[in-house]
Design a protein. Structure first.
Length: 393
């Protein structure tokens, strides 16, 4: 077990009609001129955007709007948001949507008070000194960005997708109404579940295995989400199970399940290059990569994969064959992914095999031109990452 600091300052407003409190929450955290940031037409079609704007207006809170955020949020939209905030004197950002909108909002919040290009933070050329406060009205449980310190942005120039973590950008509040997720397509629901589970698994697969509280929390969260997704796919308006998924998505990425250990995060970094090159759905990309990562790194600590197989995936423990039990856990995870409509390799994800040149290019980007490694469960060099892509293709 390693020493740790746990910091989760986001105020959560959870439940039916919780978005009715949005104006009061903005005022509570000092907002008087708000950028309302959102994605596509769903926020408009659902009536949520109008409802939020009308609530702000009724409380005398000025606002401007900026839509158009897409999955794998773009740096160009971030630049547009920074310019708009500066022009309008915005002092609070309100994200309406899922992780892409919240991540875009965080990047805008970093950039408003910075003289250089906000991309400097993601390339580690600079560290932000300030951030415009922000809150969110969550509509897609997946990324966990509503309570995390993380933001991931895609730079169209070079197809590069990078993340940056800083407590400055943790949202002041997160409004979560599970009813607002009823209209999510099955694909988006399933990809969100894959993302949620991977946020937990990236923390769970660690060599710091003596923090029982974190282990038990992680396993319980994984089982809960795994079991909740099937009722939701069958009945999209199942409030009980929508609520389990939504709350688990926040707990998966607010660092609670990672206390006392160093996580891995290689699967995320390897997938980021898939998203950067092919613009795929993040959760689906994670599902396509993880089985190959698992098989490649398993021998670093087979017992960890045995515990996952038994306690999460329900595999019977063959004490005479630990590696066989571990492999069955990975295979059971693959069947789960298929059962919810997720891919288990890159061919299923993009419809073709990736080429050797594409593999080398993604491995190069993943290691920042061969200058860094990825992962902690097994430290991966460029040649290791190339092999995982080959196994997954």
């Amino acid at each position: 077990m390693i020493d740790f600091n746990y910091y989760a300052p986001t105020e959560v407003v959870f439940g039916k009609e919780s978005e009715a409190q949005v104006a009061q929450m903005v005022k509570k955290y000092g907002g008087s001129k708000v950028l309302v940031h959102y994605g596509g037409k769903s926020a408009q079609k659902s009536g949520l955007l109008d409802k939020v704007c009308n609530l702000l207006k009724a409380e005398g809170i000025q606002y401007v709007t900026l839509g158009g955020v897409v999955p794998n949020p773009r740096l160009s939209k971030v630049h547009e948001g920074i310019d708009l905030c500066r022009k309008e004197g915005v002092n609070f950002i309100l994200a309406i949507g899922g992780g892409s909108v919240i991540d875009s909002s965080k990047a805008i919040a970093y950039g408003v008070g910075y003289d250089g290009d906000v991309w400097d933070f993601y390339t580690r050329k600079a560290v932000p000194k300030s951030s415009v406060p922000l809150g969110s009205v969550l509509t897609i449980p997946a990324a966990g960005s509503e309570m995390s310190a993380s933001s991931v942005i895609s730079n169209e120039d070079g197809g590069i997708k990078l993340g940056y973590n800083d407590n400055l950008c943790r949202p002041k509040f997160a409004i979560m109404n599970p009813e607002r997720t009823y209209t999510l397509p099955k694909w988006q629901t399933a990809a969100g579940v894959a993302d949620i589970m991977m946020h937990i698994m990236e923390r769970y697969f660690s060599h710091d295995t003596d923090m029982d509280v974190s282990d038990n929390l992680a396993e319980s969260l994984l089982r809960t989400v795994k079991e909740a997704v099937f009722p939701v796919l069958k009945n999209p308006e199942d409030y009980r199970y929508r609520a389990q998924i939504m709350w688990a998505g926040s707990l998966a990425h607010n660092d609670l399940a990672g206390c006392g250990r160093v996580g891995d995060w290689a699967t995320h970094q390897i997938e980021h290059e898939l998203s950067g090159m092919f613009d795929v759905t993040h959760g689906a990309g994670l599902a396509a990569i993880w089985p190959s990562w698992a098989r490649y790194v398993m021998k670093e600590d087979v017992s960890r994969f045995v515990r996952f197989a038994v306690n999460v995936m329900g595999v019977a423990n063959d004490f005479t064959d630990p590696e066989g039990t571990a492999i069955k856990g990975v295979e059971t995870m693959e069947r789960f992914y298929h059962a919810i409509g997720m891919p288990i390799n890159i061919h299923e994800l993009i419809g073709r095999e990736i080429t050797d040149d594409e593999i080398k290019e993604m491995a190069r980007k993943c290691t920042r031109n061969y200058t860094i490694t990825q992962g902690n469960f097994k430290v991966l060099k460029a040649e290791d990452i190339e092999e995982i892509y080959r196994m997954a293709r």
